[in-house]
Design a protein around this ligand. Structure first.
Ligand SMILES: *[C@@H]1O[C@H](CO)[C@@H](O)[C@H](O)[C@H]1NC(C)=O
Ligand SMILES: *[C@@H]1O[C@H](CO)[C@@H](O)[C@H](O)[C@H]1NC(C)=O
Ligand SMILES: *[C@@H]1O[C@H](CO)[C@@H](O)[C@H](O)[C@H]1NC(C)=O
Ligand SMILES: *[C@@H]1O[C@H](CO)[C@@H](O)[C@H](O)[C@H]1NC(C)=O
Ligand SMILES: *[C@@H]1O[C@H](CO)[C@@H](O)[C@H](O)[C@H]1NC(C)=O
Ligand SMILES: *[C@@H]1O[C@H](CO)[C@@H](O)[C@H](O)[C@H]1NC(C)=O
Ligand SMILES: [Cu+2]
Length: 351
């Protein structure tokens, strides 16, 4: 399982074939600027993916019920290699690209993957077009639940926010009847060199939950925080703000997951919330903007390992490290995903 991060004979790192002219790059836009028609097309495509048959075999993966679940299961499978480490950015870049491509190729979606600009909306409330609960949103909060016995995740580097305001099932908007099929998994199962949880792919149908905890956002995803990220001198400092590998610390990436809460806080299975892809669109956007700020020094910059939380003895990620995507795509060298206008990619963000 761990051998998947292997080295292939070095292909020249900087040889991304430049077939993409800037004028041809497809533009990924913020959710709030999309027209009602564009939003509806995107939401319909997400439901379309849900309605398509899975590629993964149901006898081996009982919880995988449809094409959406192929993405969920693949992310679960590689969770312990692609978080809080050197593969977070490159692996998720390709993962959300594959999802965008599936919406386009398999569901006739004409648009691009939107993103959620954290700093435009410091609270996931009714004022936020991503979460306002209308028919052109991703639904709103989960129903409030009794939290007497829940302990909130509180890392060392920021004050522990107030408890979330939901925690139960979604009750409005387009995803009110969306179901989660896999998990849930516990944060304690996210261990360097750990095994995947028992019955990893068991079928456990239930409602999609959220637990809005907006206090996570301003300390980590404010406009000032984005500026700090964009001016980070090297990839190590960038990752410290976006997604530090040190256990117990959180960055902007974790803050977005925690602000939506509940299922989105499930490191393995957060993909089950369709808003996962808008959140990771923003992660990818900020990384892209950082790279664009100094292409010479930043385009090919990697730091960290292919094991969650970067244990000291783990192998360092290089541009030749091969990332796997199960049934979604063939393996990709990290070097193949560094440029959004090279290799297979030809996209950019609106600004
Ligand atoms: C994101 O939000 C911030 C804060 O409002 C704003 O300064 C920035 O221009 C926004 N970016 C986009 C692309 O909307
Ligand atoms: C909280 O835990 C205590 C002790 O385990 C239990 O007696 C109580 O019923 C629980 N309360 C709720 C609301 O779950
Ligand atoms: C969700 O399911 C309930 C019960 O089957 C149904 O009444 C309701 O119309 C559904 N809502 C949506 C938005 O599909
Ligand atoms: C994020 O920005 C806030 C101000 O908006 C600041 O207080 C905080 O220290 C920043 N956090 C980081 C990790 O840069
Ligand atoms: C990652 O960054 C640290 C600190 O800057 C550095 O010591 C280490 O060599 C870097 N690793 C890689 C693979 O670039
Ligand atoms: C999980 O990863 C292993 C090793 O790469 C691979 O053989 C298997 O097909 C993967 N399963 C899924 C669901 O991605
Ligand atoms: Cu992830």
């Amino acid at each position: 399982m761990r051998l998947w991060v292997s080295l292939l004979p070095a292909l020249a790192a900087a040889s991304a074939i430049q077939q993409c002219r800037p004028s041809q790059a497809r533009v990924r836009k913020e959710w709030g600027v999309l027209s009602t028609e564009e939003k509806t097309e995107y939401l319909d495509a997400v439901w379309c993916l849900r309605g398509l048959p899975a590629t993964l075999p149901n006898d081996e993966y009982p919880g995988v019920r449809d094409r959406m679940d192929d993405f969920v299961a693949t992310h679960i499978n590689y969770t312990l290699n692609i978080h809080s480490d050197g593969l977070l950015l490159p692996w998720h870049r390709h993962f959300i690209y594959l999802y965008e491509k599936a919406l386009q190729d398999e569901c006739n979606y004409q648009g691009t993957l939107p993103y959620w600009n954290w700093t435009l909306y410091t609270t996931p409330t009714t004022l936020n077009p991503v979460f306002d609960g209308t028919s052109t949103s991703f639904s709103g909060n989960g129903l409030p639940i009794d939290k007497t016995n829940t302990t909130s995740l509180c890392p060392h580097n920021i004050p522990c926010p107030a408890p979330g305001t939901g925690g139960g099932c979604l009750y409005n908007g387009p995803f009110v009847n969306w179901t989660a099929h896999l998990g849930p998994f516990s944060i304690s199962q996210v261990q360097p060199y750990g095994d995947l949880p028992p019955n990893t792919y068991a079928y456990n149908p239930r409602c999609l939950t959220r637990d809005f905890t907006p206090d996570w956002l301003p300390p980590l995803t404010s406009a000032a925080n984005i500026t700090s990220m964009l001016t980070a001198p090297d990839i190590k400092s960038f990752l410290t703000l976006m997604s530090p590998s040190t256990l117990g610390y959180v960055g902007a990436h974790e803050a977005g997951h925690a602000a939506v809460g509940a299922n989105m806080l499930d490191t393995f299975a957060s993909v089950q919330d369709p808003v996962f892809f808008l959140h990771h669109g923003m992660v990818d956007r900020v990384w892209t903007l950082w790279q664009d700020g100094d292409l010479k020094n930043r385009l090919w910059a990697v730091n960290g390992t292919g094991i969650v939380h970067d244990p000291p003895d783990a192998e360092l990620v290089t541009l030749d490290t091969v990332m796997e995507f199960g049934v979604l795509s063939g393996g990709k060298r990290v070097g193949e995903v560094m440029s959004v206008v090279g290799g297979e990619y030809c996209y950019r963000y609106d600004y």
